[in-house]
Write a protein that binds this ligand. Structure first.
Ligand SMILES: Cc1cc2nc3c(=O)[nH]c(=O)nc-3n(C[C@H](O)[C@H](O)[C@H](O)COP(=O)(O)OP(=O)(O)OC[C@H]3O[C@@H](n4cnc5c(N)ncnc54)[C@H](O)[C@@H]3O)c2cc1C
Length: 333
């Protein structure tokens, strides 16, 4: 059965450089990330050892154009890396994938100065975070209340965010808030880059989750934090388009993450049913187990096929791929 998945993997469109990188990722997954996964999940400790191994490989460089110290690769290669890392450790998968979610908008919307200031740091392994959600603003992000108040050459930030992946450890945050001089729940939304170490910032708490214990999900607070106005992305009020664009490109990696976990569970299950014996037989020989296995394999194959088809389309310039995500989320229920 696993041969089907090996064949599917072979059909993923990658160039030789990307294939070589995937092999290096698989190697650190096997030698460092997977052996650490259970320990980090039990302790809930942030998996620095895994992040250092990822950074030694220079994996963040794939997000960043060459002129800013990066080595850009395809979106498919990014999804593949997310799936591989998540197969080995679901927490480390989220942490690494989030770097891209938070930092891609700097490439898409940043000024030349912002790119020169921040992108080399990302390429070198900075941890990124995307901060949208607030206690009163979940699915409807336009309800956010965190304020950006202009003050000469600075912006004063005041408010709170919750459920922020990497929120306690990030070096750079893509932070969304409302511009104080603009009214209207959508029109006021603005985005800026917030740097670690800015006075007034604090981590209020960490969520106790049902899983992914080593991937932190933080409540963070901004108490009159002052940042230079040059950290604002685009203009005041341009935040909603940045927000929607960053979510658009980040959601397929959530699918890659989930499919990495599913694939690992499937492979472990197949190993187990080939080893476990009852009534004098390996349990894979019971037809009831074979039916379940066939159902699981079909669903997994279908979802993975959709993911790689989506990756190829994005690499060919597709901008509108929401229907793929509906299909993926419908199938994975
Ligand atoms: C592990 C984890 C990591 C996260 N990481 C980040 C992060 O890095 N950055 C960040 O900004 N946020 C993050 N979030 C927050 C996440 O984006 C929000 O949880 C999400 O937006 C949903 O908001 P909510 O939890 O307030 O749910 P609610 O919006 O309160 O929704 C509750 C329920 O109502 C349903 N619902 C809401 N609106 C509608 C509607 N219009 N029609 C039909 N049903 C509806 C929802 O589907 C859901 O079932 C994270 C959350 C989790 C759990």
């Amino acid at each position: 059965m696993q041969t089907i998945f090996e064949k599917l993997d072979q059909q993923i469109v990658l160039n030789p450089e990307e294939s070589q990188l995937i092999q290096s990722v698989q190697s650190i997954c096997k030698n460092v990330i997977a052996p650490n996964a259970a320990r980090f999940d039990e302790t809930g400790e942030f998996p620095w050892e895994n992040i250092h191994a990822i950074n030694e490989l220079g994996l963040n460089a794939m997000f960043v154009p060459e002129e800013y110290g990066g080595a850009p690769l395809s979106y498919t290669a990014y999804l593949y890396c997310v799936r591989e890392i998540s197969k080995a450790c679901a927490s480390t998968g989220i942490i690494w994938a989030t770097n891209f979610h938070g930092m891609k908008p700097i490439i898409d919307f940043g000024t030349e100065d912002q790119k020169q200031k921040f992108l080399p740091r990302i390429a070198a392994g900075a941890i990124g975070s995307l901060a949208i959600t607030e206690p009163h603003a979940g699915s409807d992000a336009t309800g956010m209340r965190l304020s950006f108040t202009p003050d000469g050459d600075d912006i004063i930030i005041h408010g709170n965010k919750i459920f922020i992946s990497n929120g306690d450890v990030a070096d750079l945050y893509l932070l969304f808030g409302k511009w104080s001089e603009i009214s209207g729940s959508k029109d006021a939304i603005s985005a800026l880059i917030f740097e670690k170490g800015t006075p007034g910032f604090s981590v209020v708490g960490l969520e106790k989750k049902m899983g992914h214990h080593a991937a932190s999900t933080a409540s963070i607070s901004f108490d009159q934090c002052r940042v230079p106005r040059s950290n604002l992305l685009c203009n005041p009020g341009d935040g909603l388009k940045i927000l929607l664009s960053s979510l658009n490109k980040s959601r397929p990696s959530v699918a890659a993450h989930a499919l990495g976990i599913a694939r690992a569970a499937f492979e472990d299950g197949v190993d187990y049913i080939n080893e476990r014996q009852q009534s004098g037989k390996k349990i894979i020989e019971f037809q009831g187990i074979q039916f379940q296995l066939a159902d699981l394999a079909s669903e997994l194959y279908l979802c993975e096929s959709l993911l790689w088809s989506l990756g190829t389309s994005v690499d060919h310039g597709a901008k509108d791929f929401i229907w793929w995500l509906w299909l993926l989320s419908g199938l994975s229920r």
